[in-house]
Design a protein around this ligand. Sequence first.
Ligand code: FMN
Length: 157
Amino acid sequence: MMKQIEMPKAYMKTRLPSKSVLIVSEKPDGNHNIMTAEWFMRTSIDPPMFAISVGHPRYTHDCLMDKRYFNLIFPGKEMNELMRLAGSKSGREIDKFTAGKIEYFPGKLRKLPVLKDALACFECEIISQIKSGDHTVFIGQVRYSWLNDEQELFYYE
Ligand SMILES: Cc1cc2nc3c(=O)[nH]c(=O)nc-3n(C[C@H](O)[C@H](O)[C@H](O)COP(=O)(O)O)c2cc1C
């Protein structure tokens, strides 16, 4: 039977397992940061676009306000540990690329890392943004796309 309930309690029941992604951004010093994100969606077919919602306190938020590019990465099956690291530690405290021993090659748009063990990677340029409460929704236009057809998608549980 349907009962009225506080929003977070209802939402928690709906969210797992989740199709979560990794967001790679560029630090002010030119190195890279990586963050787990559940709040993303495709928003346009032509040109292809993705929106990502990033909390104001995240280091990723600082990076995206400064350098207007991100790689949206769909994780591969073996990326459980990295998804947890990227979603629990801040790039302000540690270098997650070193800590996660991430293997990558530079992309074509802004040389942001394309992760070798990922299923897919979309190199995006931010073309618009909107404040949404305590998050900012960044809308990125996809410039280059990558697919590893030996991989399968990882679901966060
Ligand atoms: C499964 C999962 C999904 C998450 N989704 C989001 C999200 O969509 N947006 C967001 O701002 N933070 C999200 N987070 C929290 C960030 O990943 C986390 O705060 C991270 O440490 C931020 O790193 P940064 O400070 O280096 O940017 C999520 C965390 C997890 C574990």
